[in-house]
Every structure is written in C-alpha cells, then in structure tokens.
Design a binder for this molecule. Structure first.
Ligand SMILES: Nc1nc2c(c(=O)[nH]1)N[C@H]1C(S)=C(S)[C@@H](COP(=O)(O)O)O[C@H]1N2
Ligand SMILES: [Mo]
Length: 233
C-alpha cells in the first residue's frame, strides 16, 4: 500500500462520511431523483437542458478525498461519473455556446443551494459530475441523482442534487443563500485554506469544529424525516 498523502492544513480525518452542509439545507431535499436533468443557462447563445446526452461522455472512476471547510476530511471516496471538462467541451461549448467572457460558473442544487466558482477551477482533471459512489448510484444523502465534485476545493462547492449550471459574465445573477461575507469563499481552494471570504483560517479552524456535532445531528434528523416520508407503503 502506498503511504497516504498528508492531510491538507488544518484538516482532521474522520471515519464515516456524513451528509453535511449549511444547517438550513438539512431538511431540504431533491424533488426528483430518478432522472438526471441539468439545465445550462446564463450569458449563452442557446440555453439547453441535458439528460441522456451525458451518457455519451466517457465514464471515469476516481478515488478522492472530501475536505469540508469545517475541518473534517473523509479520505478515499470512490466516485463514478463524467469529467466536467468533457461535459463543457463536448456539450456546452458546441451547443449552448457561452459568451467568451462568461467565466463565472454558478451551480444550483434541487434543495436550493447555489454556489459560484471560476470556470478555470471546474476544468481540471479531477472535477466530475458524479452519479455513483462506491459502485452504487448516488443516494439522497450524497447527492442523488447527480452532484458536482471538485476534490481540490472545500466540499461546499461540491453541490449535491445538481440541476442547473450557469455561465455568467459577472455575479449579478448569483446570490449565496446565507451570509456570504462569512461563509462563501469565491474559490475555496483547500491548498490555500480558503475557508471563508473575509475572516482568516484560524478563525474557522477554532470555531467550526465546535459546530460539527450539531450540523451532523441536523442532517441525520433531516435524512430520517425524508426516509419516513418516502417509505414504501
Ligand atoms: N445541494 C447541496 N449540496 C451541498 C451541500 C448542501 O447543503 N446542499 N453542502 C455542501 C457541504 S458544506 C459539504 S462539506 C459537502 C458534503 O458532502 P456530503 O453531504 O455528500 O458528505 O456537500 C456540499 N454540497
Ligand atoms: Mo462543508
């Protein structure tokens, strides 16, 4: 076995892989999980909706770590899906035709989460549209039916239940659903410890670990509620 690479600065390894996020999303769920449907819009020539088209892209399996800005890291997750770069080059560029300067990518999840990031951060080799985890279709806990996955960025950018991708010239059409100055780093690069927008890493390293048990509990409760409501009669 090769030696594992060292953990990024300020991260602590955990054994389980919790459903996690901003507390307000603990009780929000996708409305539809059996079909992959992604709308592509923004400063583009031809807005489109893709579904079966994704099946034409090369499939990849990738083992990567998930680093949450609150300091937990789950290592060695085995994702399956397609590369975001292939999606962009083979479907978006020829068919949707974004304006040349539309380089702000906005990702939206069915639960109402919205995130933005620069286009260049989405085109690296390790960024996926993932629909499988450990050889199984994604469950509701980890993003069914499909999620964005960018392992070199903190988990907040890896939007679950992805149903819209937009390419904009600027951030006029993007609003983060929470206190942006506190919780919404523009890039969230793990290697540079971009945990927040304004406050320094040590602030988050100290504060966030105290919140993890509460957030885990909320997201577990949310999942239990979802399972009760969606149980087969
Ligand atoms: N749609 C959606 N995506 C989301 C979140 C969320 O609340 N809603 N939380 C983010 C955060 S903060 C993290 S750390 C990761 C965690 O991924 P997991 O829930 O699959 O463990 O999901 C991210 N993607
Ligand atoms: Mo996170």
């Amino acid at each position: 076995m090769p030696e594992p690479t060292p953990l990024p600065p300020g991260q602590v390894e955990i054994d389980d892989f919790p459903r996690f996020g901003l507390g307000i999303f603990a009780f929000r769920f996708p409305t539809q999980t059996d079909r992959i449907e992604i709308t592509v819009d923004g400063d583009v020539e031809q807005p489109m909706r893709f579904s079966k088209e994704l099946e034409a892209l090369e499939r990849v399996v990738q083992v990567s770590d998930m680093h949450c800005a609150t300091t937990w890291t789950k290592r060695g997750l085995r994702w399956g899906g397609v590369r975001f770069r292939d999606f962009y080059e083979q479907l978006v560029l020829p068919q949707v035709r974004p304006e040349a300067d539309a380089t702000l990518v906005v990702l939206r999840g069915q639960d109402g989460l919205a995130q933005s990031l620069p286009l260049e951060d989405t085109l690296t080799d390790d960024v996926l549209l993932a629909d499988h985890l450990d050889g199984q279709p994604l469950g509701v806990d980890h993003g069914a039916p499909i999620r964005f996955l960018a392992p070199s960025l903190y988990g907040c950018k890896s939007v679950r239940h992805l149903n819209a991708i937009e390419f904009w010239r600027d951030d006029r059409n993007y609003r983060f659903p929470g206190p942006r100055w506190l919780l919404n780093p523009p890039r969230a690069r793990v290697a540079f410890e971009e945990r927040g927008r304004v406050l320094p890493p040590w602030f988050f390293r100290t504060l966030w670990p105290l919140m993890i048990p509460l957030v885990r509990w909320l997201f577990r409760r949310g999942m239990q509620q979802y399972e009760r409501e969606n149980r087969e009669p």
